[in-house]
Design a protein around this ligand. Structure first.
Ligand code: PRT
Length: 290
């Protein structure tokens, strides 16, 4: 099997923290692949698309150079590689932050104290940009992994690394000092010019991605309420355009169907109960196409 030029090419991490969720997303938008563990690319059975499995630090450049049309990778990698790509969609997984940390016992208590210090990192470009912005002169020590060990080996006074739960810092006796930036997995598009058929394929794909992500962020809500409460309910949940309202067999009662954002879900439910909604039924949404 070989790659087809006219097919859309999308890169995902071959093996790592972003792989499973990236493949889940692609399956969630209806793409059907057949591949084995060691394959470097896979042909999609029901869309003109090839999936490329790459190291995550190679993906930003592949997308920048147009070798791949799209790529799923952490924002941290795009920033570090200074890749010129278009971030088309934040994907809501792979959440982490690039942060500076120091040993618990360190006299360094704020970023200003980093002046003259040695900072070990696998993110030299991002760290240098941070130091430049803060006008701090510090020695950047590039290492290829396990930055957390550097202070105990007296290789550095601080580290700059990705943090998610903070457990690795704690286990290694480090405390977080300063946020450099937040990151999550992002769908990136090449800035290279693309022929019209490929552009159309991208648009079709993006519509599907946004439908799945919107559905993940929302819940379908169905409730009974007195007809007199309708205006108040409408004010609480504006819905997609407006809620669906169905009269019930009991006079003066209605059923209202709508969509509620996951983030404000509990506040909305509490407010609905206050204005008289009962039998509130909540279900997940598979896809939401506005
Ligand atoms: O082999 P390849 O080059 O493809 O991948 P990799 O091994 O370099 O990367 P991988 O799979 O570890 O991470 C891929 C991406 O996941 C990163 O580029 C981030 O976008 C994202 N991500 C999210 C993370 C983390 N969370 C994370 N916690 N990447 C790494 N970590 C490491 C961090 O470096 C530190 O060592 O986890 C440790 C800290 O975790 P906590 O939970 O203890 O704070």
């Amino acid at each position: 099997m070989t790659l087809t030029d006219s097919n859309l090419k999308i890169a995902v991490q071959k093996q790592g923290r972003l792989t499973e969720k990236s493949l889940e997303l692609l399956e969630g938008i209806g793409l059907d692949f057949d591949f084995s563990k060691d394959q470097l690319f896979a042909r999609c059975r029901n869309f003109d698309l090839d999936l490329l499995f790459l190291r995550d630090n190679d993906i930003p450049e592949y997308v920048q150079d147009g070798v791949c049309d799209l790529g799923i990778v952490g924002r941290n990698m795009v920033v570090e590689k200074r890749a010129s790509v278009t971030a088309v969609q934040k994907l809501g997984f792979g959440n982490c932050r690039l942060a500076i940390a120091v040993p618990e016992s360190s006299k360094i208590t704020s970023w200003q104290d980093l002046e003259g210090s040695r900072i070990a990192t696998t993110y030299p470009n991002s760290l240098e940009a941070f130091l430049l912005e803060k006008k701090i002169k510090a020695e950047v020590i590039c290492i290829s992994g396990s930055a957390e060990i550097a202070p105990s080996l007296n290789l550095s006074d601080a580290i700059c690394d990705l943090v998610s739960s903070g457990n690795t810092l704690r286990i290694n006796g480090l405390r977080e000092l300063e946020l450099v930036f937040e990151s999550q997995a992002v769908l990136n598009e090449t800035k290279a010019s693309l022929p019209d058929p490929k552009r159309q394929l991208i648009n079709r794909l993006l519509l599907r991605v946004s439908a799945v992500l919107k559905a993940q962020r929302t819940k379908y809500v169905l409730m009974n309420a007195p007809e007199s409460a309708l205006e108040k309910i409408k004010a609480i949940i504006p819905g997609l355009d407006s809620p669906t309202v169905v009269p019930l067999a009991k006079p003066g009662m209605i059923a209202v169907h709508s969509v509620v954002d996951e983030e404000e879900f509990w506040e909305v439910i509490e407010q609905l109960k206050e204005v008289g909604a009962t039998s509130i039924l909540v279900s997940p949404i598979e896809k939401l196409i506005a």
